[in-house]
Write a protein that binds this ligand. Structure first.
Ligand code: NAP
Length: 297
């Protein structure tokens, strides 16, 4: 493991997760030294951060480690809280004591979805699920750094809505997708780029919303991504996505019906927002040819 980088480095926790992999690639492409422990190398819940980082000079910490199993969290409150709250408390405390900026990733789910306009950073959160509540609790420990809230994340690797949809479509399954929840799909490669830009531009510390530019329902997202995928790989198969209601697809965790986040604060701080969703879906399609999607379990 590259734990004793001599030049100051950026620590990425959750480096092997969906966002973590894109963050590592972003740092690599910018020539920024990085320390990228896996879950096994550095368990942010149990391993003392002081011991882990002894002798290491850091430029920043980007925390991509999280308990992200939204439905499972409903019955695993302690595990979710250990990771989404207490680990952030430890990382946030360490960063504040050492004056090292922390980028903490968080979620649109901190809101209850009753707004009739995109949520801004000063809007009052009201989480509907255990996952969302523990993520909000974690946000409170970021004093020296930035909380970056995102939504509907998909990356080139790891489990995600696009991969699940494309696989089901390729296998000829019936596609019934929720049509009454609206949000903004966000490409993890673009979010990683925005996080890199935040570290460079250093806007004032606080909360920032960073999501994809297009708002849509899950069923419209499925149609959009399948149309682009079909075009990219020149497939013949028909696309037939049936919109269903949330109540027709019951899940243990409640989700907000509307979780569009305004990115205006980010733009006002001089940062370039997420680029076109279509462009990102074409990148995703190139990185995920049918044979790769079908080989996944
Ligand atoms: N996915 C979304 O749609 C979405 C939406 C909004 C916000 N977010 C936020 O975006 C961030 C990244 O999410 P993601 O989807 O990339 O998550 P992810 O793919 O589930 O990755 C989470 C990472 O955390 C690691 N991890 C778990 N427990 C750990 C521990 N005790 N110590 C160290 N590492 C541990 C995991 O390692 P193992 O796999 O080895 O356990 C994994 O690499 C999170 O803050 C999440 O809340 C995600």
């Amino acid at each position: 493991m590259n734990l004793r980088a001599n030049p100051p480095a950026v620590l990425v926790t959750g480096a092997e997760g969906m966002l973590g992999r894109h963050v590592c690639a972003m740092l690599e492409s910018r020539g920024i030294p990085k320390v990228t422990p896996s879950h096994r190398d550095f368990n942010v819940v149990v391993d003392p951060i002081d011991e882990f980082l002894e002798g290491q000079r850091l430029l920043a910490v980007i925390n991509c480690a999280a308990y992200t199993a939204v439905d499972l969290a409903e019955t695993h409150l302690q595990e979710a809280r250990d990771l989404n709250k207490f680990a952030v408390k430890a990382l946030g405390g360490w960063c504040t004591r050492h004056k090292i900026p922390l980028v903490q990733t968080s979620t649109d789910f901190v809101f209850d979805g009753t707004s009739d306009r995109p949520y801004v950073e000063t809007d009052l959160p009201n989480p509907l699920s255990v996952y969302a509540r523990t993520k909000l609790e974690g946000e409170a420990y970021v004093a020296h750094g930035w909380v970056v809230r995102t939504s509907w994340l998909f990356g080139d690797q790891g489990r995600s809505f696009p991969r699940t949809m494309i696989r089901a479509w390729l296998l000829g399954k019936e596609l019934r997708v929720v049509g009454d929840q609206v949000g903004c799909p966000t490409y993890a490669g673009e979010l990683a780029r925005i996080i890199g830009d935040i570290l460079e531009v250093k806007p004032s510390f606080g909360k920032y919303h960073a999501t994809g530019p297009a708002q849509m329902s899950w069923s419209d997202f499925a149609r959009t991504l399948l149309t682009i995928y079909k075009d990219q790989h020149q497939l013949e198969q028909e696309i037939n996505v049936q919109s269903i209601r949330t109540e027709d697809w019951p899940t243990p965790a409640k989700r907000p019906a509307y979780s569009v986040l305004s990115n205006q604060k980010l733009i006002d701080a001089g940062l370039k927002p997420h680029s076109s969703l279509a462009e990102c879906l074409y990148s995703f399609a190139v990185a995920n040819p049918p044979e790769k999607i079908l080989a996944d379990n």
